[in-house]
Design a protein around this ligand. Structure first.
Ligand code: J2J
Length: 516
């Protein structure tokens, strides 16, 4: 097992730290086993159960996920920014037996406890809450003995449920197996140049697939490297952490890189330790890619184009500068099959834009629970929804997207999910949410609202502020709340009468609408 191996080789070395505490590999292994013991003995969790986890960037998160792996329980990776509606939905759809978190003022555990007391087969549903102010936040959830529960899954078992970007409502659940995932993690660690002397800085949300695996927290554990949790994303905090912790590897989304490049903090910190800056999650503009050396001196930029469903592409550290700034890399494995097709599903020539489909050693063949068979071709390729150009070497450049998904600073929003909540408002007849280009975020989200006739007649059409307030109260994650809301009489339609999201996107540039 990943952590056991690292503890054997690197037991006394520091494994992970946050602003409050640090653990050696031996302490991390022992600590996670003592939590695993409690999951089994005290909370009655069984192999194959699901447990939704929601943590900020803290050491406890790493202990908890290894505890769940040891107990054979599948973590369901909620993001720290998820609201209670997102969490409730994940708990229900995964039929989770537990929710693990650290206490915060949003008190999702308290809210969940009101609505869920049992699993579908009648067992008790547990909220397991760490105390962030304690020296050992998980102290109340440990047994004394630091021996393995011996329940960890077989290599071909599903290890966890990751969340899809989602195009048709709430995120689909992605089950990844131990062996497939570990293959991608080991290969990633090598491609990113991680070794036991590396220091991996975690700035992005801990549970995102990028942060977990590309090369991520698991790649760092595989390499026996040191993990530094950074709890804010502003330039000063991050650059200071690089300097003081001698971070060698950092992963970021493009808007963060853009903010760091623009910050007065740039150039004020000694960032000479940094060797690799991994950037992915959304397209990095060439102009920004070219500016990276100005901020990080000798560090190599590495573009990362991945997806929780599987396929991950990297530019290689020894690629020529043009490849590094101009492409999103090539697949991890020679066995990754990448097919670029036209509207009829026919492969196009290298250099021609098309839709990316992929099949390979670590890409899923269906979603957990069999959801969305339309996301896969008959011969088992995953339809990524991304439009790319591939060159003759196999490097891909992302040029756009087919799917109705907003990529807001790397956080994926399914318009259908937000629209679904909006139309539950009694004064809203219909809603359409689109993404529009934004200098800072890459894309920002815009909601168009048609008020209900009764609301118009009664003079109580909700204003944009009320609409955003309604979404916030409904418990959606903050990043899902539209950046702009326009109240309109009608939606533009296409020739076949569908909402023309293209016209809506275009009209935001020149709003002839009731601008708030
Ligand atoms: C353009 N679009 C990109 C890139 C992802 C590593 C890195 C990222 C993710 C991730 C991940 C992009 N340029 N460099 O899981 O392991 C968009 C594409 C893709 C979708 C996947 C990893 N990198 N994207 O972002 O599951 O549209 O994974 O299909 O969140 O993000 O989103 P997600």
């Amino acid at each position: 097992m990943l952590l056991e191996d690292a503890a054997q080789r690197r037991g006394a070395a520091e494994a992970v730290r946050d602003a409050r505490r640090s653990l050696t590999y031996t302490e991390l292994l022992d600590g996670s086993r003592r939590v695993a013991g409690a999951l089994v003995e005290r909370y009655g969790l069984r192999p194959g159960d699901r447990a939704v986890v929601q943590f900020p960037n803290v050491v406890d998160y790493v202990e908890v996920i290894f505890a769940l792996f040891d107990a054979g329980v599948l973590p369901v990776f909620a993001l720290a920014s998820h609201g209670i509606a997102d969490i409730t939905d994940l708990v229900e759809r995964s039929d989770a037996a537990a929710f693990l978190t650290v206490a915060d003022d949003r008190d999702h555990a308290g809210a969940l406890a009101q609505t869920r007391s049992t699993t579908s087969d009648g067992r008790t549903f547990h909220c397991i809450v760490g105390d962030p102010d304690a020296a050992d936040p998980l102290a109340a959830h440990r047994v004394d003995a630091a021996s393995s529960t011996g329940r960890s899954g077989a290599p071909s078992d599903i290890a966890f449920l990751q969340l899809s970007g989602g195009t048709t409502g709430a995120p689909k659940l992605i089950g990844r197996t131990h062996d497939d995932y570990l293959y991608s993690v080991r290969a990633s660690a090598e491609i990113c140049g991680l070794d036991a002397t590396s220091v991996f800085g975690v700035v992005l949300p801990v549970s995102h697939n990028f942060t977990m695996s590309s090369p991520g927290i698991l790649g760092a554990v595989h390499a026996g490297a040191r993990i530094v949790m950074v709890d804010a994303t502003d330039a000063r905090t991050v650059l200071d952490a690089v300097a003081t912790q001698r971070i060698t590897h950092l992963s970021a989304v493009p808007p963060l890189v853009a903010a760091w490049l623009d910050s007065p903090e740039a150039g004020r910190h000694d960032v000479s330790s940094l060797t690799v800056l991994g950037v992915g999650g959304a397209k990095l503009a060439r102009a920004q890619a070219q500016r990276v050396p100005g901020l990080f001196g000798s560090a190599t930029l590495q573009q990362v184009f991945g997806m929780a469903e599987g396929l991950v592409n990297y530019t290689r550290l020894d690629d020529d500068p043009e490849t590094i700034v101009g492409t999103q890399g090539r697949p991890i494995s020679p066995a990754d099959e990448v097919r670029v097709v036209d509207a009829d599903g026919q492969p196009v020539a290298d250099g021609v834009e098309g839709a990316l489909q992929t099949r390979g050693p670590y890409t899923i063949r269906n979603y957990w629970g069999g959801a969305s068979p339309e996301s896969f071709t008959e011969d088992g390729f995953y339809r990524t929804g991304d439009r790319v150009v591939r060159d003759e070497r196999g490097y891909v450049t992302v040029v756009g997207r087919d799917k109705d998904q907003i990529n807001r600073a790397g956080e994926k929003i399914a318009p259908a999910e937000i629209e679904g909540v909006l139309v539950t408002h009694p004064a809203i007849r219909d809603a359409s949410v689109v993404g529009v280009p934004d200098d800072r975020l890459g894309e920002r989200s815009v909601a168009y609202i048609i008020p209900a006739a009764a609301a118009v007649a009664g003079g109580d059409v909700p204003d944009p502020i009320a609409v955003r307030g309604f979404l916030r109260e409904s418990g959606l994650a903050r990043f899902k709340i539209p950046d702009d809301v326009f109240i309109v009489d009608d939606f533009p339609t296409t020739a076949v009468g569908k909402i023309s999201k293209n016209s809506q996107r275009a009209s935001v540039a020149t709003p002839a609408l009731d601008d708030p």
